[in-house]
Design a protein around this ligand. Structure first.
Ligand SMILES: O=C(O)CCC(=O)C(=O)O
Length: 284
């Protein structure tokens, strides 16, 4: 096993329904995530160029600044704020199967047989962009069949995140055994907690370094703070569940990623890709 969690971390997760794991995501996985996202940015920039919104593709700018600059040049158009379908490819498959991430999932889910849950996103979170400020929500509000099934979310920033540049906030101790009704947030159009439920929470900001992972259950309320920096706040969020109890919503675009006793049941890239043929480009 590449990443072994200690007793304290495992106990903490069981008790508080989340755990912040410092320095567990291998640099090679983070570089892979950057490659996946950079391709998505290239495609977006290409589309804006074809629509004549921009003339300069600003190839010289770095990963943290290129999208901000081009988005301003293009007149701040709306774009797919939580890309998923457009990330699907061999790199994404390899990222989801990263042994370190599977080790973490295996230990938190307490199973050797781990499935990727088909809901994952990259988050291009730009400054001054209210519509990407994810409001308070429980992830299972997006997949209600996981109300009583443990699905672990793993959220990974690709740079340091603080309250200034949109770290996540969580609310441990609130509603972590109850799936609440979701409502569409008026400001952002994201699904989330009702205003009166959100008002009951006590927020805890989780500031993190690149390489850290924040793991939480499908019921733990969380949100993202606004990004007040001048750079993009990039992150990846992925989910895993135990194969034996995998949910329909998870299996639809998910796959068996680790099965030591029956390795032949692990899905190939081609098999996974075939699950996406009916999902249109741009969707999430
Ligand atoms: O990265 C974000 O802004 C929000 C992430 C989130 O809410 C999630 O992964 O469920």
């Amino acid at each position: 096993m590449q990443v072994r969690l200690n007793e304290e971390q495992l106990e903490f997760y069981k008790r508080h329904h989340y755990v912040h794991l410092p320095n567990v995501v291998p640099e090679q996985a983070l570089l892979l995530a950057e490659r996946i996202i950079s391709k998505w940015v290239d495609d977006l920039v290409e589309a804006w160029s074809e629509q004549k919104l921009i003339t300069d593709k600003k190839q010289e700018l770095d990963f943290q600044h290129r999208l901000v600059q081009i988005w301003h040049d293009a007149g701040k158009p709306k774009y797919g704020r939580s890309p998923r379908r457009d990330l699907v490819g061999r790199d994404m498959y390899n990222f989801l199967k990263d042994p370190a991430l599977l080790d973490i999932a295996q230990q938190l889910l307490e199973t050797e047989d781990v499935s990727v849950h088909g809901i994952f996103n990259a988050r291009p979170k730009l400054p001054d962009q209210k519509w990407t400020d994810t409001p308070w929500h429980q992830d299972a509000q997006y997949y209600r069949d996981a109300e009583n099934t443990h699905v672990v979310s793993i959220w990974m920033p690709l740079q340091r995140v603080t309250e200034f540049n949109s770290c996540l906030q969580i609310a441990p101790g609130f509603f972590d055994r109850t799936l609440l009704d979701g409502v569409i947030d008026e400001e952002t159009n994201f699904l989330g907690l009702k205003r009166e439920d959100a008002a009951k929470l006590t927020a805890l900001s989780v500031e993190m370094q690149r390489g850290d992972a924040l793991c939480f259950t499908q019921l733990l309320p969380h949100r993202a703070l606004p990004n007040q920096s001048d750079a993009v706040r990039w992150s990846m969020d992925i989910r895993y569940e135990a194969t034996a109890v995998a949910t329909e919503s998870g299996k639809a675009q998910g796959f068996i990623a680790r099965s030591p006793m029956q390795p032949s049941s692990e899905a190939s890239y081609e098999k996974w890709l075939s699950q996406w043929t009916a999902i249109p480009a741009g969707s999430y």
